[in-house]
Design a protein around this ligand. Structure first.
Ligand SMILES: [Ca+2]
Ligand SMILES: [Ca+2]
Ligand SMILES: [Ca+2]
Length: 295
């Protein structure tokens, strides 16, 4: 009897142990529909500032000197190290979201001077800010010429009433349907983009450390300094009713990247980003860094 009990216990233990092992091994592999890995997406804490930086493109303000800088941008597709250093930083107060870029560049160049010209055809840096129903795209070159688009996910555009707002007329010649760049299978589908949208009250400045459009010398690079009034982000905050300005502890998704007209080395994609997307496409909010606003 004792022996039988022993064997029953032994058998049960095996079942339990194997049960665990099997259960462990049998977790279904969740196939993410997105090209980036969640574990690789940077998490950053944006500090609150009591003093507004002077928006002149120079990042010699005390708040920028003390701000936590991002890790160097990496190849947008492969996530590999890049030839030149690029970093960003984010700080905030009740009125503004402040953003800085440090761009190492031995030959600072720019060609486009007209607002909303395709700045991505120059060397540029880019910023994306996501809300739950859409996102904002901003690009700037070393002339400080900017390009801005506001995108809504098609479904939300109609369902959440943006279509009824006078400023978002989809028949406007500057409104277009958009389905991503290199990632055309986003689960949320198409967006509608408004190229005529301007961020109200946006302040921006560029400073060139070197000479612009003169390749005879070696430049240090250029820096970008931005102040985006939270008021202008109310539209993006509407979707999930998030607070503007954010409450300490709130997290937004924002993307920071740099696009070059050259490829160095040759197998480089030409696009570098704080968060590598695994694909030639910035328009994937699920791959944007997590920016947490702290006190
Ligand atoms: Ca400054
Ligand atoms: Ca625009
Ligand atoms: Ca130069």
């Amino acid at each position: 009897m004792k022996r039988t009990l022993y064997w029953i216990i032994a058998a049960l233990s095996i079942v339990v142990i194997f049960g665990f092992i099997t259960a462990e091994g049998e977790w279904p592999a969740v196939q993410s529909p997105f090209p980036c890995n969640d574990a690789d997406i940077p998490r950053y804490q944006a500090a609150y500032t009591k003093q507004k930086p002077v928006i002149d493109g120079k990042l010699n303000d005390a708040v920028w000197k003390n701000a936590l800088r991002s890790a160097p941008f990496r190849d947008l597709i492969k996530g590999t190290k890049t030839l030149l250093d690029t970093r960003a930083a984010v700080i905030w107060d009740e009125e503004f979201l402040y953003i800085a870029y440090w761009i190492e560049e031995p030959d600072v160049k720019a060609t486009l001077k007209e607002r909303d010209a395709p700045i991505y055809n120059d060397n540029d840096v880019e910023l994306f800010i996501a809300g739950s129903d859409g996102y904002y795209e901003f690009e700037i070159n070393a002339y400080s010429t900017i390009y801005e688009v506001l995108f809504f996910w098609e479904q939300e555009f109609t369902r959440k009433g943006y279509a009824q707002m006078a400023e978002f007329n989809r028949n406007d010649p500057k409104a277009r349907e958009f389905n991503g760049v290199g990632f055309k299978t986003h689960p949320r589908g198409k967006r509608i983009g408004f190229w005529n949208w301007d961020f109200p009250g946006l302040e921006k400045a560029v400073f060139v450390e070197g000479t612009l459009n003169d390749h005879r010398d070696k430049d240090k690079g250029w820096t970008v300094e931005l102040a985006l009034p939270w008021k202008g982000l109310e539209l993006l905050a509407k979707g999930d009713g998030r607070s503007v300005p954010p409450k300490p502890g709130d997290t937004w998704r924002m993307d920071f990247s740099r696009f070059n007209t050259y490829k160095a080395p040759q197998d480089d994609s030409g696009g570098w980003a704080w968060s590598s997307h695994g694909v030639w496409d910035s328009h994937v909010p699920e791959c944007f860094p997590f920016i947490r606003f702290v006190e």
